[in-house]
Ligand binder design. Structure first.
Ligand SMILES: Cc1cc2nc3c(=O)[nH]c(=O)nc-3n(C[C@H](O)[C@H](O)[C@H](O)COP(=O)(O)OP(=O)(O)OC[C@H]3O[C@@H](n4cnc5c(N)ncnc54)[C@H](O)[C@@H]3O)c2cc1C
Length: 385
Protein backbone atom coordinates (compact mmCIF):
# COMPACT_ATOMS: atom_id res chain seq x y z
CA UNK A 1 0.00 0.00 0.00
CA UNK A 2 1.29 3.45 -0.81
CA UNK A 3 0.47 6.49 1.24
CA UNK A 4 0.37 10.02 -0.05
CA UNK A 5 2.64 12.33 1.94
CA UNK A 6 1.82 16.02 2.21
CA UNK A 7 4.90 18.20 2.75
CA UNK A 8 4.96 20.48 5.79
CA UNK A 9 3.05 23.74 5.52
CA UNK A 10 6.15 25.81 6.04
CA UNK A 11 8.12 24.01 3.33
CA UNK A 12 8.71 26.52 0.56
CA UNK A 13 9.30 25.75 -3.10
CA UNK A 14 12.70 26.67 -4.52
CA UNK A 15 11.14 29.67 -6.19
CA UNK A 16 9.46 30.79 -2.93
CA UNK A 17 12.79 30.51 -1.07
CA UNK A 18 14.56 32.64 -3.68
CA UNK A 19 11.76 35.20 -3.59
CA UNK A 20 11.68 35.42 0.21
CA UNK A 21 15.47 35.67 0.45
CA UNK A 22 15.64 38.46 -2.14
CA UNK A 23 12.93 40.39 -0.27
CA UNK A 24 14.76 39.91 3.03
CA UNK A 25 18.10 41.06 1.58
CA UNK A 26 16.37 44.15 0.20
CA UNK A 27 14.67 44.86 3.54
CA UNK A 28 17.91 44.46 5.45
CA UNK A 29 19.88 46.69 3.09
CA UNK A 30 17.38 49.33 1.98
CA UNK A 31 14.80 49.54 4.77
CA UNK A 32 16.45 48.67 8.09
CA UNK A 33 18.83 51.67 8.17
CA UNK A 34 15.88 54.08 7.76
CA UNK A 35 13.24 52.48 10.01
CA UNK A 36 13.69 54.84 12.93
CA UNK A 37 13.81 57.95 10.76
CA UNK A 38 10.71 56.92 8.83
CA UNK A 39 8.87 56.29 12.10
CA UNK A 40 9.95 59.65 13.52
CA UNK A 41 9.01 61.63 10.41
CA UNK A 42 5.94 59.49 9.69
CA UNK A 43 6.91 59.18 6.05
CA UNK A 44 8.20 56.65 3.53
CA UNK A 45 10.78 58.24 1.18
CA UNK A 46 9.59 58.16 -2.48
CA UNK A 47 12.94 56.60 -3.42
CA UNK A 48 12.20 53.57 -1.28
CA UNK A 49 8.79 53.16 -2.90
CA UNK A 50 10.44 53.30 -6.33
CA UNK A 51 12.84 50.60 -5.22
CA UNK A 52 9.95 48.42 -3.99
CA UNK A 53 8.53 48.65 -7.52
CA UNK A 54 11.98 47.75 -8.87
CA UNK A 55 12.11 44.72 -6.58
CA UNK A 56 8.81 43.52 -8.06
CA UNK A 57 6.82 43.38 -4.81
CA UNK A 58 4.26 46.01 -5.83
CA UNK A 59 2.73 43.86 -8.57
CA UNK A 60 3.16 40.33 -7.30
CA UNK A 61 -0.12 38.92 -8.62
CA UNK A 62 -0.38 41.21 -11.64
CA UNK A 63 -0.31 38.91 -14.70
CA UNK A 64 2.95 39.01 -16.67
CA UNK A 65 1.04 40.31 -19.71
CA UNK A 66 0.41 43.50 -17.69
CA UNK A 67 4.00 43.80 -16.49
CA UNK A 68 3.63 42.05 -13.14
CA UNK A 69 5.28 39.00 -11.64
CA UNK A 70 2.27 36.74 -12.30
CA UNK A 71 2.97 35.05 -8.98
CA UNK A 72 0.64 33.60 -6.35
CA UNK A 73 -1.21 35.01 -3.35
CA UNK A 74 1.22 33.01 -1.21
CA UNK A 75 4.07 35.07 -2.66
CA UNK A 76 2.27 38.23 -1.53
CA UNK A 77 1.96 36.76 1.95
CA UNK A 78 5.67 35.89 1.99
CA UNK A 79 6.60 39.42 0.89
CA UNK A 80 4.41 41.05 3.55
CA UNK A 81 5.74 38.75 6.28
CA UNK A 82 9.37 39.28 5.30
CA UNK A 83 9.15 43.08 4.97
CA UNK A 84 7.27 43.32 8.29
CA UNK A 85 10.13 41.55 10.05
CA UNK A 86 12.07 44.75 9.40
CA UNK A 87 9.29 47.36 9.18
CA UNK A 88 5.55 46.61 9.43
CA UNK A 89 4.81 50.01 7.83
CA UNK A 90 6.41 48.85 4.60
CA UNK A 91 4.65 45.54 5.12
CA UNK A 92 1.22 47.18 5.05
CA UNK A 93 2.06 49.39 2.05
CA UNK A 94 2.84 46.25 0.05
CA UNK A 95 -0.06 44.36 1.62
CA UNK A 96 -2.73 46.87 0.59
CA UNK A 97 -1.23 47.14 -2.90
CA UNK A 98 -1.34 43.40 -3.49
CA UNK A 99 -3.94 41.70 -1.33
CA UNK A 100 -6.61 44.40 -1.61
CA UNK A 101 -6.12 46.64 -4.64
CA UNK A 102 -4.53 44.32 -7.23
CA UNK A 103 -6.59 41.45 -5.92
CA UNK A 104 -9.78 43.46 -6.50
CA UNK A 105 -8.73 44.16 -10.11
CA UNK A 106 -7.77 40.53 -10.74
CA UNK A 107 -11.11 39.35 -9.44
CA UNK A 108 -13.47 42.09 -10.63
CA UNK A 109 -11.72 44.22 -13.25
CA UNK A 110 -12.81 43.93 -16.90
CA UNK A 111 -10.26 43.74 -19.72
CA UNK A 112 -10.25 47.49 -20.35
CA UNK A 113 -9.83 48.32 -16.64
CA UNK A 114 -7.09 45.74 -16.17
CA UNK A 115 -5.26 46.98 -19.27
CA UNK A 116 -5.52 50.58 -18.08
CA UNK A 117 -4.61 50.13 -14.40
CA UNK A 118 -2.68 46.92 -13.74
CA UNK A 119 0.44 47.99 -15.69
CA UNK A 120 0.55 51.18 -13.60
CA UNK A 121 0.05 49.31 -10.33
CA UNK A 122 2.88 46.94 -11.28
CA UNK A 123 5.32 49.64 -12.36
CA UNK A 124 4.98 52.96 -10.54
CA UNK A 125 1.57 53.69 -8.99
CA UNK A 126 0.56 52.95 -5.41
CA UNK A 127 -3.03 51.87 -4.77
CA UNK A 128 -5.40 52.45 -1.85
CA UNK A 129 -8.64 50.84 -0.73
CA UNK A 130 -11.29 53.15 0.68
CA UNK A 131 -14.19 51.57 2.53
CA UNK A 132 -14.22 53.01 6.08
CA UNK A 133 -15.83 56.28 7.12
CA UNK A 134 -16.08 58.15 10.41
CA UNK A 135 -19.45 56.55 11.17
CA UNK A 136 -18.91 53.16 9.56
CA UNK A 137 -16.01 50.92 10.56
CA UNK A 138 -17.07 47.48 11.76
CA UNK A 139 -20.49 48.21 10.31
CA UNK A 140 -18.81 48.98 6.98
CA UNK A 141 -21.93 48.77 4.86
CA UNK A 142 -23.50 51.66 6.75
CA UNK A 143 -21.24 53.90 4.65
CA UNK A 144 -22.80 57.19 3.55
CA UNK A 145 -20.59 58.26 0.64
CA UNK A 146 -23.11 58.74 -2.13
CA UNK A 147 -22.75 58.08 -5.87
CA UNK A 148 -25.38 59.72 -8.07
CA UNK A 149 -25.86 58.52 -11.63
CA UNK A 150 -25.67 61.25 -14.28
CA UNK A 151 -25.70 59.83 -17.80
CA UNK A 152 -22.48 57.94 -18.42
CA UNK A 153 -20.98 59.20 -15.16
CA UNK A 154 -21.37 58.92 -11.42
CA UNK A 155 -20.88 61.85 -9.08
CA UNK A 156 -19.39 61.01 -5.69
CA UNK A 157 -19.98 63.01 -2.51
CA UNK A 158 -18.75 62.06 0.93
CA UNK A 159 -15.71 61.38 3.10
CA UNK A 160 -13.57 58.35 3.74
CA UNK A 161 -11.45 57.96 6.84
CA UNK A 162 -8.35 55.93 7.79
CA UNK A 163 -7.22 55.19 4.25
CA UNK A 164 -3.83 53.44 4.15
CA UNK A 165 -1.44 54.67 1.41
CA UNK A 166 -3.60 57.81 1.03
CA UNK A 167 -0.54 60.10 0.75
CA UNK A 168 1.23 58.03 -1.88
CA UNK A 169 -1.59 56.47 -3.90
CA UNK A 170 -2.51 57.36 -7.46
CA UNK A 171 -5.34 54.82 -7.80
CA UNK A 172 -8.10 54.41 -5.21
CA UNK A 173 -10.83 51.80 -4.98
CA UNK A 174 -13.69 53.72 -3.40
CA UNK A 175 -16.94 52.30 -2.11
CA UNK A 176 -20.06 54.47 -2.39
CA UNK A 177 -23.80 53.85 -2.32
CA UNK A 178 -25.81 54.50 -5.49
CA UNK A 179 -29.13 53.76 -3.81
CA UNK A 180 -29.25 54.10 -0.03
CA UNK A 181 -32.87 52.83 -0.03
CA UNK A 182 -31.53 49.47 -1.17
CA UNK A 183 -29.14 49.33 1.80
CA UNK A 184 -25.96 47.36 1.18
CA UNK A 185 -27.30 46.36 -2.26
CA UNK A 186 -26.64 49.94 -3.38
CA UNK A 187 -22.93 49.77 -2.55
CA UNK A 188 -20.73 50.06 -5.63
CA UNK A 189 -16.95 50.01 -6.07
CA UNK A 190 -15.36 52.76 -8.17
CA UNK A 191 -11.86 53.22 -9.53
CA UNK A 192 -10.86 56.80 -8.73
CA UNK A 193 -7.66 58.43 -9.94
CA UNK A 194 -5.87 60.97 -7.81
CA UNK A 195 -6.37 63.70 -10.41
CA UNK A 196 -10.15 63.36 -10.76
CA UNK A 197 -12.00 66.64 -10.25
CA UNK A 198 -13.66 66.93 -6.88
CA UNK A 199 -11.35 64.45 -5.15
CA UNK A 200 -8.89 65.60 -2.51
CA UNK A 201 -6.70 63.66 -0.09
CA UNK A 202 -7.24 65.30 3.29
CA UNK A 203 -5.69 65.11 6.74
CA UNK A 204 -3.04 62.53 7.51
CA UNK A 205 -3.36 60.86 10.93
CA UNK A 206 -0.63 61.07 13.58
CA UNK A 207 -0.52 57.51 14.90
CA UNK A 208 0.69 55.29 17.76
CA UNK A 209 2.26 52.72 15.43
CA UNK A 210 3.01 51.95 11.77
CA UNK A 211 3.69 55.67 11.69
CA UNK A 212 5.51 55.69 8.35
CA UNK A 213 2.46 54.20 6.65
CA UNK A 214 0.14 57.05 5.68
CA UNK A 215 -3.46 56.94 6.94
CA UNK A 216 -5.59 59.67 5.38
CA UNK A 217 -9.00 61.16 5.04
CA UNK A 218 -10.38 61.32 1.48
CA UNK A 219 -12.84 64.02 0.45
CA UNK A 220 -15.26 63.75 -2.47
CA UNK A 221 -17.17 66.84 -3.50
CA UNK A 222 -19.00 66.45 -6.80
CA UNK A 223 -16.26 64.06 -7.89
CA UNK A 224 -17.02 62.88 -11.41
CA UNK A 225 -16.21 59.24 -12.14
CA UNK A 226 -16.84 57.71 -15.60
CA UNK A 227 -19.25 54.76 -15.65
CA UNK A 228 -16.40 52.76 -17.19
CA UNK A 229 -14.70 53.00 -13.76
CA UNK A 230 -17.30 50.94 -11.91
CA UNK A 231 -15.37 47.92 -10.64
CA UNK A 232 -17.60 44.86 -10.87
CA UNK A 233 -21.31 45.61 -11.13
CA UNK A 234 -23.37 48.53 -9.87
CA UNK A 235 -24.87 47.45 -6.53
CA UNK A 236 -22.38 44.59 -6.10
CA UNK A 237 -19.69 46.58 -4.32
CA UNK A 238 -20.48 44.76 -1.09
CA UNK A 239 -19.28 41.56 -2.78
CA UNK A 240 -16.08 43.25 -3.93
CA UNK A 241 -15.49 44.42 -0.36
CA UNK A 242 -16.30 41.13 1.36
CA UNK A 243 -14.26 38.99 -1.00
CA UNK A 244 -11.17 41.19 -1.04
CA UNK A 245 -11.20 41.70 2.73
CA UNK A 246 -11.55 37.96 3.35
CA UNK A 247 -8.26 37.53 1.52
CA UNK A 248 -6.71 40.75 2.76
CA UNK A 249 -6.87 39.67 6.36
CA UNK A 250 -4.51 36.78 5.61
CA UNK A 251 -2.05 39.51 4.59
CA UNK A 252 -2.52 41.24 7.94
CA UNK A 253 -1.89 37.89 9.62
CA UNK A 254 1.36 37.74 7.64
CA UNK A 255 2.26 41.29 8.68
CA UNK A 256 1.78 40.29 12.33
CA UNK A 257 3.81 37.08 11.98
CA UNK A 258 6.66 39.05 10.43
CA UNK A 259 6.46 41.66 13.19
CA UNK A 260 6.51 38.97 15.90
CA UNK A 261 9.49 37.26 14.23
CA UNK A 262 11.35 40.57 14.05
CA UNK A 263 10.74 41.21 17.76
CA UNK A 264 11.72 37.65 18.67
CA UNK A 265 14.94 37.82 16.63
CA UNK A 266 15.86 41.07 18.38
CA UNK A 267 15.13 39.52 21.80
CA UNK A 268 17.21 36.41 21.03
CA UNK A 269 20.15 38.53 19.91
CA UNK A 270 19.95 40.89 22.88
CA UNK A 271 19.53 38.26 25.59
CA UNK A 272 22.63 36.46 24.35
CA UNK A 273 24.66 39.68 24.56
CA UNK A 274 23.33 41.29 27.72
CA UNK A 275 25.11 40.19 30.90
CA UNK A 276 23.72 40.36 34.43
CA UNK A 277 24.87 38.42 37.51
CA UNK A 278 28.01 37.52 35.55
CA UNK A 279 26.33 35.75 32.65
CA UNK A 280 24.21 36.31 29.55
CA UNK A 281 20.57 36.79 30.54
CA UNK A 282 19.71 34.10 27.92
CA UNK A 283 21.44 31.64 30.27
CA UNK A 284 18.69 32.06 32.84
CA UNK A 285 16.04 29.42 32.53
CA UNK A 286 13.35 32.01 33.30
CA UNK A 287 14.36 33.91 30.14
CA UNK A 288 14.84 30.75 28.06
CA UNK A 289 11.30 29.57 28.81
CA UNK A 290 9.81 32.93 27.87
CA UNK A 291 11.67 32.86 24.56
CA UNK A 292 10.68 29.24 23.95
CA UNK A 293 7.01 30.08 24.46
CA UNK A 294 7.25 33.11 22.16
CA UNK A 295 8.97 31.04 19.43
CA UNK A 296 6.20 28.42 19.73
CA UNK A 297 3.52 31.06 19.33
CA UNK A 298 5.20 32.60 16.28
CA UNK A 299 5.47 29.15 14.70
CA UNK A 300 1.78 28.44 15.37
CA UNK A 301 0.72 31.80 13.92
CA UNK A 302 2.87 31.25 10.83
CA UNK A 303 1.35 27.79 10.26
CA UNK A 304 -2.13 29.33 10.43
CA UNK A 305 -1.25 32.13 8.00
CA UNK A 306 0.45 29.78 5.52
CA UNK A 307 -2.44 27.33 5.73
CA UNK A 308 -5.01 30.04 5.00
CA UNK A 309 -2.92 31.40 2.10
CA UNK A 310 -2.28 27.98 0.59
CA UNK A 311 -6.00 27.11 0.88
CA UNK A 312 -6.82 30.34 -0.95
CA UNK A 313 -4.37 29.52 -3.76
CA UNK A 314 -5.73 25.97 -3.97
CA UNK A 315 -9.29 27.28 -4.38
CA UNK A 316 -10.39 25.71 -1.07
CA UNK A 317 -12.65 27.50 1.44
CA UNK A 318 -10.57 29.72 3.72
CA UNK A 319 -12.97 32.15 5.43
CA UNK A 320 -12.64 30.63 8.92
CA UNK A 321 -8.89 30.06 8.55
CA UNK A 322 -8.34 33.67 7.42
CA UNK A 323 -10.24 35.10 10.39
CA UNK A 324 -8.48 32.76 12.82
CA UNK A 325 -5.01 33.52 11.51
CA UNK A 326 -5.51 37.28 11.72
CA UNK A 327 -7.02 37.05 15.20
CA UNK A 328 -4.27 34.81 16.53
CA UNK A 329 -1.29 36.36 14.74
CA UNK A 330 -2.20 39.85 15.95
CA UNK A 331 -2.44 38.62 19.55
CA UNK A 332 0.88 36.81 19.21
CA UNK A 333 2.48 39.95 17.77
CA UNK A 334 1.32 41.96 20.78
CA UNK A 335 2.52 39.34 23.30
CA UNK A 336 5.88 38.68 21.65
CA UNK A 337 6.73 42.35 21.10
CA UNK A 338 5.73 43.08 24.70
CA UNK A 339 8.02 40.30 25.91
CA UNK A 340 10.82 41.69 23.75
CA UNK A 341 10.42 45.08 25.46
CA UNK A 342 10.57 43.34 28.86
CA UNK A 343 13.68 41.37 27.93
CA UNK A 344 15.49 44.53 26.82
CA UNK A 345 14.78 46.05 30.26
CA UNK A 346 15.18 49.82 30.24
CA UNK A 347 16.66 49.65 26.76
CA UNK A 348 13.36 48.24 25.55
CA UNK A 349 11.62 51.45 26.50
CA UNK A 350 13.70 53.80 24.37
CA UNK A 351 13.87 54.45 20.65
CA UNK A 352 17.53 53.49 20.23
CA UNK A 353 16.47 49.83 19.97
CA UNK A 354 13.87 48.36 17.62
CA UNK A 355 11.54 46.63 20.07
CA UNK A 356 9.50 49.58 21.37
CA UNK A 357 8.46 50.26 17.77
CA UNK A 358 7.44 46.67 17.19
CA UNK A 359 5.32 46.92 20.37
CA UNK A 360 3.59 50.09 19.11
CA UNK A 361 3.18 48.67 15.60
CA UNK A 362 1.59 45.45 16.87
CA UNK A 363 -1.57 47.11 18.14
CA UNK A 364 -2.99 47.87 14.71
CA UNK A 365 -3.26 44.16 13.87
CA UNK A 366 -6.25 43.87 16.20
CA UNK A 367 -8.01 46.84 14.63
CA UNK A 368 -7.83 47.10 10.84
CA UNK A 369 -9.41 44.83 8.23
CA UNK A 370 -11.91 43.80 10.90
CA UNK A 371 -11.31 44.16 14.65
CA UNK A 372 -10.64 41.07 16.75
CA UNK A 373 -14.28 41.05 17.87
CA UNK A 374 -15.38 40.95 14.23
CA UNK A 375 -12.98 38.06 13.52
CA UNK A 376 -14.48 36.23 16.52
CA UNK A 377 -17.94 36.89 15.08
CA UNK A 378 -16.91 35.34 11.74
CA UNK A 379 -15.30 32.35 13.43
CA UNK A 380 -18.32 31.83 15.70
CA UNK A 381 -20.65 31.82 12.68
CA UNK A 382 -18.51 29.17 11.00
CA UNK A 383 -18.24 27.04 14.13
CA UNK A 384 -21.78 27.39 15.44
CA UNK A 385 -23.54 27.64 12.07
C1 LIG B 1 -3.98 52.75 10.79
C2 LIG B 1 -5.28 52.39 10.16
C3 LIG B 1 -5.33 52.06 8.81
C4 LIG B 1 -6.55 51.74 8.21
N1 LIG B 1 -6.59 51.49 6.86
C5 LIG B 1 -7.80 51.38 6.24
C6 LIG B 1 -7.89 51.33 4.80
O1 LIG B 1 -6.87 51.34 4.09
N2 LIG B 1 -9.11 51.27 4.23
C7 LIG B 1 -10.26 51.26 4.97
O2 LIG B 1 -11.34 51.21 4.38
N3 LIG B 1 -10.21 51.31 6.32
C8 LIG B 1 -9.02 51.37 6.97
N4 LIG B 1 -8.95 51.44 8.35
C9 LIG B 1 -10.18 51.42 9.12
C10 LIG B 1 -10.35 50.15 9.96
O3 LIG B 1 -10.65 49.07 9.12
C11 LIG B 1 -11.41 50.43 11.04
O4 LIG B 1 -10.84 51.31 11.96
C12 LIG B 1 -11.87 49.17 11.71
O5 LIG B 1 -12.64 48.38 10.82
C13 LIG B 1 -12.70 49.44 12.97
O6 LIG B 1 -13.71 50.38 12.70
P1 LIG B 1 -13.89 51.62 13.70
O7 LIG B 1 -12.58 52.26 13.86
O8 LIG B 1 -15.01 52.43 13.20
O9 LIG B 1 -14.28 50.96 15.09
P2 LIG B 1 -15.74 50.49 15.54
O10 LIG B 1 -16.38 49.71 14.48
O11 LIG B 1 -16.49 51.67 16.08
O12 LIG B 1 -15.39 49.53 16.75
C14 LIG B 1 -15.10 49.99 18.07
C15 LIG B 1 -15.08 48.78 18.99
O13 LIG B 1 -16.38 48.17 19.02
C16 LIG B 1 -16.26 46.79 18.74
N5 LIG B 1 -17.44 46.34 17.99
C17 LIG B 1 -18.05 46.96 16.94
N6 LIG B 1 -19.07 46.22 16.50
C18 LIG B 1 -19.12 45.11 17.29
C19 LIG B 1 -19.95 43.95 17.34
N7 LIG B 1 -20.94 43.77 16.47
N8 LIG B 1 -19.69 43.02 18.30
C20 LIG B 1 -18.68 43.18 19.17
N9 LIG B 1 -17.85 44.25 19.16
C21 LIG B 1 -18.06 45.19 18.24
C22 LIG B 1 -14.99 46.67 17.88
O14 LIG B 1 -14.46 45.36 17.94
C23 LIG B 1 -14.08 47.70 18.55
O15 LIG B 1 -13.44 47.12 19.66
C24 LIG B 1 -7.74 51.72 8.98
C25 LIG B 1 -7.68 52.04 10.35
C26 LIG B 1 -6.48 52.38 10.93
C27 LIG B 1 -6.48 52.77 12.39
Amino acid sequence: MTYETIPSLTRLSQDEVLFRDSVYEFADREIRPYVREMDEHARIPPRLIENLFGLGVMGIEVPEAYGGAGASFFHSVLAVETLSQVDPSIGVLVDVQNTLVINAFNRWGNDAQNAAYLPKLASDTVGAYALSESGSGSDAFALTTRATERGDRFVLNGRKLWITNGSEAGIFIVFANVNPDAGYRGITAFIVERGFDGFVVGKKEDKLGIRASSTCELLFEECVVPRANVLGEVGKGYKVAIETLNEGRIGIGAQMVGLAQGALDAAVHYTRERKQFGKAIADFQGVQFQIARAATEVEAARLMVYNAARRRDAGEPFLKEAAMCKLFASEVAERVSSLAVNLYGGYGFVKDYPVEKFFRDAKIGQIYEGTSNLQLQTIAKQVLG
